[in-house]
Design a binder for this molecule. Structure first.
Ligand SMILES: Cc1cc2nc3c(=O)[nH]c(=O)nc-3n(C[C@H](O)[C@H](O)[C@H](O)COP(=O)(O)OP(=O)(O)OC[C@H]3O[C@@H](n4cnc5c(N)ncnc54)[C@H](O)[C@@H]3O)c2cc1C
Length: 446
């Protein structure tokens, strides 16, 4: 029997979820039930796995267990860039090796098409999923150089992109902070909580049983079955998929092979009409930073009104624990970056501030596979969880259904294990120093 370590919460509210009307969650698991397939975790990976199983095994009895309410975890805390292109956050300009990047682009696009198909089937609003591309915004010379290097790399891969000058950036976002940008067409911008809630509700309507606020506490192997228990119920299942990203370590797998990173975001209060006019620019846009360690900025307009979001700072947290006052320390970095870009909004306060987790491996591989008989992992999305989590869910579902030969993601071939971390204290000290150095180097892009 594996005792699953206590679930760790994130700090602050999941801002995207706060913008939406209250939702009636699915019930807590309160009985002993049975399933053909059990999926733990209702994030990008878990929900995609459920959808893929439904396609491959139409009569399957599928149960999903989620520790919190849908959209409260990292799925409702991310910046919403469902990116089709290489996005190596540990590089200086997102590029990787050309042949690996080609395969990654192809897999990312499969994930985006798979997501689009769910969005269409479950009739999600346009605001949840907009195929508008993204801009790598550059605030200074180094950012411009990163964009140029990335554009050359994309050109070599046969991928289109377009450079924007300072005037175009200003007419788009209303700020003269940026000196240039690199637009690429294939990224889908999501309202993360609207997307994930819509997919979860659609799957329930299609026949999945989802139990929310039902954290798994024990995992027990019983002959041919797995019994997964929560505080008030249990599921006896033939096959189980763990779609919990870095928290798979809590289940006893991939220990000391995963790097837990925390990111932070702040979202303004709703802007009034006068502020919208003063700001100028377009009503929605989405900027990733030209330097991967810089600030992501989004302008949104829709449910929850007109607002801006800023995301920066990145910390390494080996024990998945954050001090309670971490947001208070990050607040100054967000405010400095925000008001430098939008001095005209210096009186506009932040309404929501939050932290969230992602998971990386040293060798940039997923933690996907059969970790015990009939027990599968769909974890470690290496930062790009919207697309890579979707792929992990698809692949783990195909493994569980024994249908890899009919795979949607044939480019995914068995990868190496996530490489072991360095011994402590070198790992933590090294990772933290590396991140601080990269943030310092990001300069005006941060
Ligand atoms: C501020 C921020 C910005 C980001 N921006 C982007 C972005 O723009 N684009 C992008 O692609 N990625 C982004 N990410 C990363 C992305 O959010 C994650 O990679 C993604 O959420 C991973 O998806 P997942 O389904 O694998 O895991 P998760 O989203 O973490 O979902 C796993 C689920 O499992 C549940 N769970 C865990 N343990 C248990 C248990 N014991 N029992 C039951 N349930 C359990 C959790 O509650 C959670 O809901 C960002 C992350 C942060 C924090």
């Amino acid at each position: 029997m594996t005792k699953v370590k206590q679930f760790i919460t994130d700090l602050g509210p999941a801002g995207w979820n706060q913008l939406l009307p209250a939702r009636q969650p699915q019930p807590v698991l309160e009985n002993d039930i049975e399933a053909d397939y059990l999926i733990v975790g209702a994030g990008f990976a878990g929900l995609s796995a459920a959808r893929r199983i439904m396609q491959l095994d139409k009569r399957a009895n599928i149960v999903l267990l989620e520790a919190r309410q849908v959209g409260e975890g990292p799925t409702g805390r991310n910046s919403g860039f469902m990116i089709d292109l290489p996005h190596d956050v540990s590089s200086s300009n997102y590029s990787g090796e050309a042949n690996q990047d080609q395969a990654q682009i192809s897999m990312n696009r499969t994930a985006i098409n798979f997501a689009r198909d769910m969005v269409d089937s479950f009739q999600l609003p346009a605001e949840a999923f907009s195929a508008v591309g993204k801009i790598n915004a550059a605030a200074g010379k180094r950012g411009i150089q990163s964009n140029q290097a990335y554009a050359r790399h994309l050109n070599g891969l046969g991928e289109p992109s377009r450079m924007l000058d300072a005037a175009e950036m200003q007419s788009l976002c209303g700020s003269d902070y940026y000196q240039g940008g690199l637009w690429t067409p294939g990224t889908v911008i999501i309202q993360p909580a609207m997307y994930i809630r819509g997919i979860a509700d659609g799957l329930v309507e299609a026949g999945c049983r989802l139990f929310e606020q039902s954290p798994v506490t024990d995992l027990i192997k019983q002959d041919e079955y797995w019994r997964v228990t929560t505080e008030s119920g249990s599921v006896k299942t033939s096959k189980a998929i763990l779609a919990v990203n870095g928290l798979i370590e809590n289940f006893g797998f991939y220990r000391r092979r995963l790097m837990h990173i925390n990111l932070y975001a702040s979202m303004t209060r709703e802007l009034n009409e006068q502020e919208v006019d003063q700001l100028g620019g377009e009503s929605t846009w989405a900027f990733t930073p030209a330097d991967p360690l810089g600030s992501t900025v989004r302008r949104i307009s829709g449910t929850g009104g007109d607002r801006l979001l800023i995301r920066n700072r990145c910390t390494y947290e080996p024990n998945l624990r954050l001090p309670d006052d971490r947001i208070d320390h990050i607040r100054a970095d967000h405010d400095r970056a925000f008001y430098a870009r939008f001095p005209i909004l210096k009186h506009v306060s932040m309404e929501y501030r939050w932290s969230g987790r992602l998971c990386l491996s040293r060798n940039h591989v997923w933690a996907i596979g059969e970790v015990d008989k009939n027990l599968y992992s769909a974890c470690c999305q290496n930062g790009l969880g919207t697309t890579k989590g979707t792929i992990a869910g698809i692949v783990a579902a195909e493994m569980a259904c024994e249908k890899r030969s009919e795979s949607l993601v044939s480019e995914y071939t068995s990868e190496a294990l996530p490489r072991k971390l360095f011994p402590e204290p070198f790992m933590t000290a090294g990772a933290r120093n590396y991140l601080r150095y990269k943030e310092w180097r990001a300069g005006r892009e941060l």
